[in-house]
Design a protein around this ligand. Structure first.
Ligand SMILES: [Fe+2]
Length: 501
């Protein structure tokens, strides 16, 4: 790095933009709190840790209108045991984080555009999208790089995880899937040979970290593949019609641009023993695929794939080439079932033939009882936005902050009965992604607890709300945090018994 005079100016405060104001004001907090205040009671059979990650920029960006999720990954660990709760918060020590701390300023430029950085990074990830527990380590994930490994207890960063050099791809999904029977981790990376490449690398990892199989694919377009799905015999890759163009990036433009002409492609590959030429790209009319709920195969061998589907571009901050983007309040994502015959000659997916809305509410962040992942399931839990529930929008509007979608309730959808139960946390509250905790000793699907971080705009503090799925509409415990945690992305429950294994 040369003289500092060559660097772009570093602002000393966060911009006056919604994504950096109100509840979304970056906190920069690392903390150890040995005992959290509990209202209600934490059932004695709950023993484990809820890990989640949020983007929380350490330094104000020098990029104009930086999106809210370009911040440094900061991990929360909420430990629940013996009816008590404690809390730890640590940043992931990524290369970006460490070098910016040394320089005492932002050095990273635009979201996923290395050509706009103030210095050259080897790995420029923020590790801010998901945190999973695998083979004794926490993996902090963002889809643009390999994971960063962390100590599950201390949240100390161990370093970049390349699986002892086995990782063949430059990238690693933020949504790996875990087979509940075998413990196998199923992953992929897209733009796997670098920015703008259409290469997708699929790999399976044994519970001890040994790579079992790698398949290199070429996708029809260099597009975002955020979440995906796995069944007993198949892997499903949904392509979001946000496309990458290296030339645009070189000119200092965005990594992504919405492409209304691009279909919603779904790639299908055999889960085991597939060859590059075995992938089949099904096509659905242009729309925006969100997060997966689950996937499985029906009696006829068809893939049943449940996900959030929106007609419009949910990532409205990356418009099309003419600058068109929907206004955020017009977005509506619905839990949708897509059924695909993986052996069909007909690659066109149509509303009449293949698509059915399961639950019409505006919803996202679907979670299931992970013991039923990849197999036929009945229960989906998710975040929901229903303005009719009584949110006091005028009261909270001045402190909401912005830049991210809001959900004011948690929902439990029973696919078999078609019924939806709703938990409304209060008129001055919004919810983040929930996790499901199985009840000890019960193998019944969906029998247990739901735990979610809740933003309280009256207190301007964060809370955990714990629900019993057998009495879903009432809260069992509210656990108050002495801090405000801005919008996060994903997290997972890790049972103490699974750590001891
Ligand atoms: Fe995600």
């Amino acid at each position: 790095m040369g003289s500092n005079t060559a660097l772009p100016p570093a602002p000393s405060h966060f911009p006056a933009r919604p994504q950096f104001q109100g509840f979304q004001k970056p906190g920069g907090v690392e903390a150890d709190v040995s005992n959290l205040e509990v209202y209600g009671h934490i059932p004695a059979d709950i023993d484990g840790t809820f890990y989640r990650v949020m983007p929380d920029p350490q330094f104000p960006p020098f990029i104009e209108n930086d999106p809210w999720f370009n911040g440094d990954g900061s991990i929360s660990a909420f430990r629940l045991t013996q009816g008590r709760a404690s809390y730890r918060q640590r940043y992931v020590r990524t290369e970006k984080f460490v070098r910016e701390r040394e320089a005492r300023r932002a050095l990273l430029g635009k979201y996923r555009n290395k050509f706009t950085d103030a210095v050259e990074f080897k790995i420029r990830t923020t590790a801010n999208t998901n945190v999973v527990h695998f083979n004794g380590k926490l993996l902090a994930l963002k889809e643009d790089a390999p994971p960063y490994a962390m100590d599950p207890e201390t949240l100390e960063t161990i370093g970049l995880e390349t699986f002892k050099g086995q990782l063949p791809s430059l990238t690693f999904t933020a949504h790996p899937k875990f087979d509940p029977d075998t413990g196998e981790m199923i992953c992929f990376g897209y733009e796997a040979r670098g920015d703008g490449t259409p290469d997708v690398c699929y790999y399976r990892v044994a519970p001890d970290g040994t790579f079992l199989e790698t398949v290199w694919l070429v996708s029809p377009v260099a597009a975002m593949i955020h979440d995906f799905a796995v069944t007993e015999n198949w892997v499903v890759f949904p392509l979001i019609p946000q496309v990458c163009d290296l030339e645009r990036m070189r000119r200092g433009g965005e990594h992504w641009e919405w492409s209304p002409e691009t279909p919603f492609y779904i790639g299908i590959l055999p889960r085991v023993g597939g060859r590059p030429e075995d992938v089949r790209w099904f096509r659905h009319p242009n729309c925006f695929p969100g997060h997966s709920s689950n996937a499985y195969e029906d009696e006829a061998g068809r893939i049943v794939f449940d996900l959030g589907l929106s007609e419009k571009n949910v990532f409205f901050w990356w418009p099309d080439k003419d600058g068109n983007a929907p206004s955020p309040e017009t977005l509506h994502s619905q839990l949708t079932r897509i059924t695909i015959d993986p052996r069909s000659e007909d690659l066109e997916l149509t509303a009449a033939k293949n698509v059915k809305v399961l639950e019409g509410s505006n919803s996202e962040f679907y979670r299931v009882d992970d013991r039923f992942a990849m197999r036929k399931y009945r229960h989906s839990f998710f975040d929901m936005m229903d303005p009719s529930l009584g949110t006091n929008f005028p009261a909270i509007a001045p402190v909401l902050g912005g830049g991210y979608p809001l959900y004011n309730s948690l929902a439990h959808f029973d696919i078999e009965t078609g019924e939806t139960e709703v938990y409304f946390p209060g008129p001055t509250h919004m919810v983040q992604e929930p996790v499901f905790i199985p009840r000890k000793g019960s193998g019944e699907e969906g029998d247990g607890y739901l735990l979610a971080l809740v933003n309280n705009y009256a207190s301007m503090g964060s809370e955990l709300h714990l629900l019993d799925t057998k009495d879903f509409t009432k809260v069992v415990a509210k656990i108050l945090l002495p801090v405000r945690l801005r919008a996060g992305l994903h997290g997972n429950w890790v049972d103490a018994a699974d750590v001891r294994k």
